[in-house]
Design a protein around this ligand. Structure first.
Ligand code: ADE
Length: 229
């Protein structure tokens, strides 16, 4: 069993990479891939860059070159729910692309052509295992639901409400659904784990850099616990 792990930013994967042993690094299309062992399991970890195109290139390359059995996408997200505060966790049961919109030609907003789905589902068995691994966190709300991705950092109430209401999504980020889409068409199981770093509405108290560090630590703990079990 080999597990692929993708994060968009250096801060989202650097702790995982520094915990790995027997590391071999390769750079493909400008993306660094680190193969090795983490918690005694075979892993390949990559930092893809921000946005859906980088995420898709990374996932497709990882699948073709390293053949992972599953891919986990880790990182931070903006909360779309009043129930989810900074530091809380969302685990995907499926992903949507909130900026995929061919509705002027009669295709429902968000419907991905070819696969004909708005929400690309994760496999329940994997999601359950990751949810269980997340129970290691104390004082943290862990939610299961839809994660929405698009090539925009969401920071207005209008946009936040649009995504939450149209797609019934719990949080917004910029890569997960692209990775899910690539995994789905390649028959690779996937799951997205995101810690809330902001409220996606530009609220005055937002201090993104400070919250990212706290949030990322939690997703790393979940991944390590998942690998151990
Ligand atoms: N990643 C973290 N916060 C985000 C937000 N508000 N919108 C998109 N991606 C994010």
């Amino acid at each position: 069993m080999k597990i692929g792990i993708i994060g968009a930013m250096d801060i989202e994967v650097k702790e995982l990479i520094s915990s790995m042993v027997d590391i071999k690094k390769e750079t493909i299309s400008g993306i660094d891939f680190y193969q090795g062992k983490l918690e005694d399991k075979d892993v390949v970890v990559a930092e893809c860059g921000i946005g859906k195109v980088y995420a898709a290139v990374c996932a497709q390359t990882m699948i073709l070159k390293y053949e992972p059995d599953i891919i986990i996408n880790t990182g931070v997200a903006g909360s779309l729910s009043t129930e989810l505060r900074i530091g809380d966790i969302v685990i995907s049961d499926g992903v949507v692309q909130h900026d995929y919109d061919a509705s002027p030609i009669g295709i429902p907003a968000g419907m991905i052509s070819g696969v004909n789905l708005i929400k690309i589902p994760c496999r329940e068995e994997l999601v359950k295992k990751i949810f269980k691994a997340a129970e290691i966190l104390e004082d943290t709300n862990i939610a299961l639901g839809t994660i929405a991705s698009g090539d925009q950092f969401i920071c207005s109430k209008e946009k936040k409400d649009f995504i939450a209401n149209t797609f019934d999504a719990l949080c917004a980020e910029m890569e997960g659904a692209a990775i899910g889409h690539v995994c789905y068409i390649n028959n690779v199981d996937f799951c997205i784990i995101r810690a809330m770093s902001d409220m996606a509405d530009g609220s005055a108290h937002m201090d993104f850099d400070a919250f990212v560090e706290i949030a990322v630590e939690k997703t790393i703990l979940i991944i390590k616990n998942f690998l151990r079990n």
